[in-house]
Every structure is written in structure tokens, then in C-alpha cells.
Ligand binder design. Structure first.
Ligand SMILES: [Ca+2]
Length: 455
């Protein structure tokens, strides 16, 4: 009996003997990963009621919500390479947006059998990527079908996903669909009906909004002192958005309105897609994961864009629903996007790749959301300034988060009492034991991935 069958039998409370009898006909589960672009953890209704996402909220409630989910790196190409290889950027080499280090993973090269889709192909899955790839055409790194799809409002992506689902109804193989919308990445061009959901006064900037950053070390988004305000790409209903800083409250409210409206449009599209899955009957044997490749600042700490170790940038919404997953579950476990690779190996019975993968399977959490998972989760954004070893890293434990900046400054934030990270407690002598532990964990992790030595 495969691990996937054991998992389904446990969750569905089907006696094992029945599964044994039916094993020859019970198929492996289909897998769908919906991987959005630049959606911060507070950019979803269940984390922030000011954001109107009724479909996403309902889908999360129909399964398990991962309340504390982090990315391996808060920048598009690095994060996506991590999802495909199961490794941190220092290990696969795509540290920012330059994807040349991903070339060895392309078809025909020595690493070509290491990507997640390549493992699932081998396990008998029909694999496809539809949407944003950022790593070249999906067939070049293991997907059997699909392609990079452009546009800013994802209409074509969801049309293609609909066709794909319809094509699978009579299929004999299980499928693995990587569905990657571009929303809510800039440029933001939501239609008026979505903007209308956000009248003035119905939404607010976060408590840690500033018109400009206070610390270049903690908040730089490139070389020391650099800030990249890609919000300036926004043209929506405004003729001009200052790239900042400083950017006043009215400017950031206008941007935030367009960002939330774009997420509401995405919510509607995902809702329709989920309806199709249910109506087609496929959801009964399909497990769907939803998460984003990185977050977004929206003026928090005086910043736009992502590329920091702040919660806004490095923490994302994440949930799973579908076959065998009980409704109404939530977990506080510290999880990372790297956990998806080993989870999908477990669910599909695929064999592990030759390279050590860095995540931990979520299978135990899918069964019991209180299962122990990990004490500390790590992330990095190194090399945006163009040189390996620059940028930021973090170790985030149950309560405390340690950040090491590119200028070797340390920041210690209390996620329980100070979730908006306003008060750096690094100099508090009563926290020495906390600091010593996190420092040692961060140093060991940096060494394990080949990062520079801890200062
Ligand atoms: Ca992104």
C-alpha cells in the first residue's frame, strides 16, 4: 500500500481491509498547487477581514489553514526555484531574479531529474504548469505540458486551467497541475467592480505604516541602503505614484486599494475554478494546496515591494483542501514552502530526488494539526544587490525572530507581543538565552546551506 493510500484511508476513516480490497482500483490523488504572486499573509480575508476574499476563506475553512507559513526567499525567481528544487537559494544558486543558476536543472542537464515535476512524471502523473513560470518554459524543467502565460488579470490562465480540468475528466492517469496566477503582482489594473468593494474608510494601512523607513540596514532591498519601490509600476486609476520615499498615507491607501481589489478578482477566479473541480467530481480525489511565492510591504516599515525578512515580505497565506482533508482545521506549526516538495512525494508515492531536500513533509499535520513539526523556520534573501552573501537571513522560532542584516546588524522581534515588528529587543539582557539559541540555530543553518560564516 502506498503512503498516499495509507493517508487517504486514515483520513477518510476507511478500514484498511477495505482499502486493501479496493487497492487495485483506488487511484493516486490528483494534486493542484495554486501558487499566487506577491500575496502577503495579511492579503486574505481570514487573516485580515478588510480584504474581501469570500471564496478563499471558504476554501481554507473546508480544509486546513497553515497560519504560520514562510517562504524560503521573498523574491519571485528565488522562491520559485526553491519550490522546484526543494532547496534554499544559497544551494540552488538563484538568489534573486537572475535565473542562470537554474540552467543545470533544465532538460538534458545533470540536474534535470531533480525537479519536483520530474519526480511526479516518473511516478506516473500527467504534469502541467499554467501561468507564471519565471524559470523558462515549464517543459524545460520537467513539466510534461503547459506554458508560461502572460497578461495581468489571469483571465487566460484560468481559461486554460478550466480546459485542463475538463480534459482530465476521462483521463486514466492522475494529474499534477501547477497553477500560478500573476495576481496580485504589479501592474495592478483591477476592474471597477473590484475597486468598488473598497470604499474609503473600509480599509486601513497597517499599524506599522511609515512614510519612509527608519533603518537602512534592516530595510534595504538591495545593496546596503538601497530600496526598490516597485509600487511605482502601479498605474491603475492614478496617473502617477511616487516611487518614494517618502510616500504619504493617501498614496499608499490608493495603492493598497488596488492591491486588495486585485486579490478580490483573484478570489472570484479561484472560487469558480474550485466550483468546476467540485462539479466535475474530480475534487473527491484531488488535493489542492494554495500559497504565494512571497509577501508584500504595502507601506509597512515605510517600504514597498518585498525582499526583507519582515513578516509582510516573508510570510504568506497557505491552506490545503480536498480528498481526505478534514474541514475546519488550523495549524500553528512553523511551515515553509520547502515542505511542499516532500509532502507531494509522500502523497504521490514518488521517489526522492538525488539531492537532499530541505523541507519536512506536512503529512502528519494534514492528519493532526497539532502534530510537532519544527522549532525554527529559516529564510534568506541574499544577492539582490548582485553579490552572493549580501542581503538578509532570519531564524523564526515559536515566539522570537532573529534577523541578520547585510551589514551584520541583528534584530530580535517578539512575534507574540509585537507582531508588527516595531521594537528591536536585541539589547535586552533578559533575552540573552533566547538570542544565544537563535544565533546558534541561524549560524548552523547558514553553514549547512553554504552561506557566509555568521559574524
Ligand atoms: Ca512574487
Amino acid at each position: 500500500m502506498t503512503r498516499a493510500l495509507k493517508f487517504l484511508s486514515t483520513l477518510l476513516l476507511v478500514p484498511l481491509a477495505v482499502i486493501h480490497a479496493a487497492e487495485t482500483t483506488l487511484a493516486k490523488p490528483n494534486i493542484i498547487v495554486i501558487f499566487t504572486d506577491d500575496q502577503t499573509y495579511r492579503g486574505i480575508g481570514y487573516n485580515n477581514p478588510e480584504v474581501k476574499t469570500p471564496h478563499l476563506d471558504a476554501l481554507a475553512a473546508s480544509g486546513i489553514t497553515f497560519e504560520r507559513a514562510y517562504v524560503a526567499s521573498p523574491i519571485c525567481a528565488a522562491s520559485r526555484s526553491s519550490m522546484m528544487t526543494g532547496r534554499f537559494p544559497e544551494q540552488h544558486g538563484v538568489r534573486a531574479l537572475d535565473t542562470r543558476a537554474f540552467d543545470p536543472y533544465l532538460t538534458g542537464a545533470p540536474h534535470a531529474n531533480q525537479t519536483l515535476p520530474s519526480r511526479l512524471n516518473e511516478a506516473g502523473y500527467a504534469t502541467a504548469l499554467l501561468g507564471k513560470s519565471h524559470l523558462g518554459e515549464p517543459q524545460t524543467y520537467g513539466f510534461a505540458a503547459g506554458n508560461e502565460i502572460g497578461g495581468y488579470n489571469d483571465v487566460e490562465i484560468f481559461n486554460r486551467a478550466t480546459e485542463f480540468i475538463k480534459s482530465q475528466q476521462a483521463a486514466t492517469k492522475p494529474f499534477f497541475l501547477w497553477l500560478s496566477p500573476r495576481q496580485p503582482h504589479v501592474p495592478l489594473k483591477p476592474e471597477q467592480q473590484w475597486l468598488d468593494l473598497y470604499p474609503p474608510g473600509s480599509f486601513h494601512l497597517a499599524k506599522n505604516f511609515l512614510i519612509e523607513p527608519t533603518s537602512d540596514s534592516l530595510n534595504n532591498q538591495g545593496l546596503p541602503g538601497q530600496r526598490f519601490y516597485r509600487d511605482s509600476d502601479y498605474r491603475g486609476n492614478m496617473d502617477h505614484l511616487p516611487s518614494g520615499p517618502p510616500r504619504d498615507e493617501a498614496t499608499m491607501l490608493a495603492f493598497t486599494r488596488a492591491y486588495f481589489a486585485t486579490i478580490s478578482h483573484l478570489d472570484d477566479q479561484v472560487g469558480q475554478f474550485a466550483d468546476l473541480l467540485r462539479d466535475s467530481g474530480l475534487l473527491k480525489n484531488t488535493i489542492v494546496f494554495y500559497m504565494s511565492d512571497n509577501g508584500y510591504h504595502l507601506g509597512s516599515h515605510g517600504l514597498g515591494n518585498k525582499i526583507t525578512m519582515h513578516e509582510e515580505s516573508v510570510r504568506v497565506p497557505m491552506f490545503a483542501f480536498g480528498a481526505g482533508i478534514k474541514a475546519g482545521q488550523k495549524t500553528r506549526a512553523l511551515v515553509t514552502e520547502l515542505d511542499l516538495y516532500p509532502t507531494l512525494l509522500d502523497l504521490t508515492g514518488a521517489t526522492a530526488p538525488p539531492q537532499p531536500i530541505m523541507g519536512k513533509s506536512l503529512l502528519a499535520l494534514l492528519k493532526d494539526p497539532t502534530s510537532p513539526h519544527r522549532d525554527t523556520v529559516f529564510s534568506e534573501c541574499v544577492g539582490v544587490g548582485g553579490k552572493a552573501g549580501e542581503g538578509h537571513r532570519m531564524a523564526r522560532g515559536e515566539r522570537w525572530k532573529l534577523i541578520l542584516s547585510d551589514t551584520d546588524e541583528e534584530f530580535l522581534f517578539d512575534q507574540q507581543e509585537d507582531p508588527f515588528e516595531l521594537n528591536n529587543r536585541i539589547a535586552d539582557p533578559s533575552l540573552t538565552p533566547v538570542l544565544v539559541k537563535l544565533r546558534s540555530e541561524l549560524a548552523a543553518w547558514m553553514k549547512s546551506i553554504g552561506d557566509r560564516p555568521y559574524p
